[in-house]
Design a protein around this ligand. Sequence first.
Ligand code: NAI
Length: 390
Amino acid sequence: MINGERLISRPMRWAMVGGGRTGQVGYKHRTGALRDGNYQLVAGAFDLDAERGRDFGVNLGVAAERCYADYKALIAGETTREDGVDVVSIATPNFTHYEITKACLEAGLHVICEKPLFFTVAECDEVARLAEQKGLIVGVTYGFTGHPLVHQMAAMVKKGMLGDIRIVDLQYTHGFNAGDDVDAGEAVKWRTNPRTAGPTFVLGDIGTHLYYLSEVVLPHMKVERLLCDRKAFIPTRAPLEDHATVLMHYDNGARGRLWVSSVNAGNMGSQRYRFVGSKASLEWSDSHPDQLIYEVQGEPGRILHHGMPYLEQESLAIDRMGALHTEGLGDSWSNIYLWIAQAIDAANRGDRVFLKTHHYPGITAGTEGVRWLENCVRSADADAAWVDFA
Ligand code: NAI
């Protein structure tokens, strides 16, 4: 069980780029990072609007002189201070991730970046080489994969409790973009423009969460071929998609089906994962993250609850609230930030042995997400043809 006790040598001096007053995801970062005292928010370039960013930063308790106008000023200011930051989180629109990550790494700073990590696998590979060369960590905030029951699913699959995995059924949908974008806010505008969003809209925005979580649960399975059919129901979003279905063939013969959509009008179901094996199935949704449906063929269905002693050690070890009390998204983000802090701490100490086995969403996870997107786009652009996973 995680109880806030310190698990690293010293707290990280932490800065944020983006995630300002009007940003959607910034508070999730702060919820995750500040929970256990593993990070101290001491600097930031929080906003495109420098004045609003400074005002916001000061209200968060950051010294005014360490609220910078942009990330370049932040790097210049912080790398010349004795007590400069160790790590920078990037919570800005997709098109800025690559440039800011690279600049931070070149300046010797660890990075925690939003997904989708970058636009291309070539960019990911280049940044992975740079991080390796510098001995720095790049964490990626796949914020839903810190839920204890996600790791319960992985442990049950690993123990063979489902038998051979046959079907992977993934869905992340909502209806927030069912209407047109005439009066849309900034967060929709940049998401629906290929220059600022990258090669995809919903596939990268929400589909990469599905893909990474399925990799965590099924690390032994790899996608061999896929078919992606995507469409913009609101034509101004083309060539990007607001809806897509992806069929996947895995190397063990399993079949996968993935549906992402932001035009599923009225739907508030968010994410649903179903893993079907030859003996039993598991189903989990982030709408009820502390319940896991376990169905064994020929037996009554069961609902497993987080924090209960009948769960696997892998799940109990990362539970925070204990059974009977709600465990949710904030707890999941705290686990992600803790695991990344442990990775940074190990990198700082040069502890390669720890890093070899330590689980956290890092540059490989970010790269695999981008690789999956590239394959989806290649298939979709070939009129939804089957493509070998490259
Ligand atoms: P947003 O548009 O709501 O907020 C962006 C924030 O970054 C704003 O505060 C804006 O002023 C600031 N900003 C923009 N460019 C900047 C720059 N160059 N320097 C400093 N600040 C800058 O965007 P949202 O929805 O918060 O998304 C940001 C990123 O987070 C995206 O990559 C998105 O895919 C990802 N995201 C991830 C989620 C997750 O669960 N991991 C959830 C939501 C978004």
